[in-house]
Design a binder for this molecule. Structure first.
Ligand code: Q46
Ligand code: ZN
Ligand code: ZN
Length: 316
């Protein structure tokens, strides 16, 4: 297989695009495609101040790298959740992923990395909190609440115009697949590469890699020598989203482009009014009594309630 642009041996063959590229032309194409996605979905203007959520994984570090190459003012945010291995495992997921994010920033003089240390700031890791709430084996929903809250907090406090995450096409197609399987119409309405700031304290959110397959972001990270954490969080194993990814990957193998069509046709259909929220959809959001972030809960938001004493009903 030869590069379509120069005829040198190809580093990657993208069957769905009918395009093979070498290790020189693939990164160029990848950066250009990101710029096209940002433009296509009107994600942010050239002078936007961007906060990139970095986990130490390939997608988020590659996104930060590409945004800086495109000349954006982009700072990184690493949230240290205090996740270690499971059971007796010596693997320390948070420590190792933080190391990758820090090394990435240290190697680039223009990169500013903000680190939020959850145990230091709030007095407990998400695993401690999950144990306290009797959800030690399944901390993901607590973890998601903490990450969303802290990303939003830092974006607002830092005066960022937009919060960018490294979700790729495989992530988005798997989420869509799960939401369709259960006809989660609320989630389907909100699944979008751009969520606007809503004026009530929610930062604008964008996913500039939403049209890249996971193997493309991995290839970019590899070719550009971005050192990232290969291991997944120990709690990711067995997640439903992984089995959805496997199912979609089998379909993709038989019919290249399946994931891309599934996701992009959904976005097109939604733009034409499918799953659009009714104009009078009730949104009873108000500021949390403690942190001020918008919530539908009566008093404290889900995040602030995590740090409150455990109710007897929760510890049963
Ligand atoms: S980090 Fe957190 Fe994920 Fe680990 S605990 Fe679950 S949600 S799996 S993306
Ligand atoms: Zn080439
Ligand atoms: Zn709150």
């Amino acid at each position: 297989m030869r590069c379509r642009k120069c005829g040198e041996p190809a580093a990657i063959n993208m069957r769905h695009h009918k395009l093979a590229l070498c290790s020189r032309h693939f990164p160029e194409w990848f950066v250009e495609q990101t710029a096209r996605t940002i433009h296509k979905y009107k994600m942010f203007p050239p002078d936007a101040k961007i906060l990139v959520a970095v986990s130490g994984g390939k997608d988020s570090l590659a996104l930060w790298d590409v945004l800086m190459k495109l000349g954006y003012r982009a700072d990184g945010l690493y949230i240290d959740l205090g996740i270690e291995g499971k059971g007796e495992s010596p693997f320390t997921y948070s420590a190792q992923s933080k190391e990758k994010a820090v090394a990435f920033a240290d190697a680039r003089p223009e990169a500013k990395l903000i680190i939020v240390d959850i145990p230091a700031l709030y007095g407990a890791s998400i695993i401690n909190v999950a144990h306290k709430r009797r959800r030690g084996n399944r901390p993901c929903s607590i973890c998601g609440t903490v990450k969303r809250h802290e990303m939003n907090r830092v974006a607002l406090e830092g005066g960022y115009d937009v919060l960018a995450t490294g979700h790729n096409l495989d992530d988005e197609a798997a989420t869509l697949f799960g939401n369709v399987l259960h006809w989660q119409s609320g989630y389907l309405q909100r699944q979008s590469p751009v969520l606007p700031a809503d004026g009530t304290g929610l930062a604008r959110k964008v996913k500039p890699f939403c049209r890249f397959y996971e193997r493309e972001t991995a290839a970019y990270a590899l070719i550009e020598n971005i050192d990232y954490i290969y291991d997944e969080c120990p709690f990711a194993t067995g997640a439903t989203s992984l089995s959805h990814k496997e199912t979609l990957s089998r379909m993709e193998h038989k019919s290249p482009g399946t994931k891309m069509h599934f996701y992009t046709n959904f976005l097109r259909a939604k733009a034409e009014g499918l799953f659009a929220p009714p104009d009078d959809a009730p949104r009873d959001l108000h500021p949390c009594a403690k942190c001020g972030q918008p919530t539908v809960a009566p008093d404290l938001c889900n995040f602030c309630r995590l740090w409150e004493p455990v109710e007897p009903s929760e510890s049963r």
